[in-house]
Design a binder for this molecule. Structure first.
Ligand code: GSH
Length: 107
């Protein structure tokens, strides 16, 4: 969305999550927490899910290659900004969302 922090060159933000997507954010699910923070900050984004489960490593085979290429590790959430830069991990994404919304508000 034009005007959103992180939106660049006609490209929206993409948040890679596990199959649980944006659910259980307030209950501490990392992908849900990242989604909650972006929504609270009024930042538009598209969710793309990746397959596989950490507890069943063989289920991830070939399904986290894009995440590894983007972030050098294979866990999600991973946020890709419109200019191609990458914010990895729920804590970093929450921090980025707070800072981005504060700067958009002129603070
Ligand atoms: N410390 C990380 C943990 C993230 C995490 O555990 N993500 C899960 C999905 S919600 C995951 O990708 N686990 C590893 C896996 O499924 O391979 C964060 O808070 O971002």
């Amino acid at each position: 969305m034009e005007g959103d922090p992180g939106y660049c060159c006609g490209i929206a933000l993409v948040l890679y999550t596990c199959g649980t997507r944006d659910r259980y954010g307030s209950l501490g699910h990392p992908c849900g927490r990242a989604c909650d923070a972006l929504k609270k900050a009024g930042i538009g984004f598209e969710i793309k899910t990746v397959g596989g489960y950490g507890l069943l490593p063989w289920t991830r085979r070939g399904k986290r290659d894009a995440i590894r290429e983007l972030s050098g590790q294979q866990s999600v959430p991973v946020l890709v900004l419109g200019d191609g830069s990458v914010v990895a991990g729920s804590g970093e994404i929450v921090r980025w969302a707070k800072t981005a919304s504060a700067s958009a508000a002129g603070g």
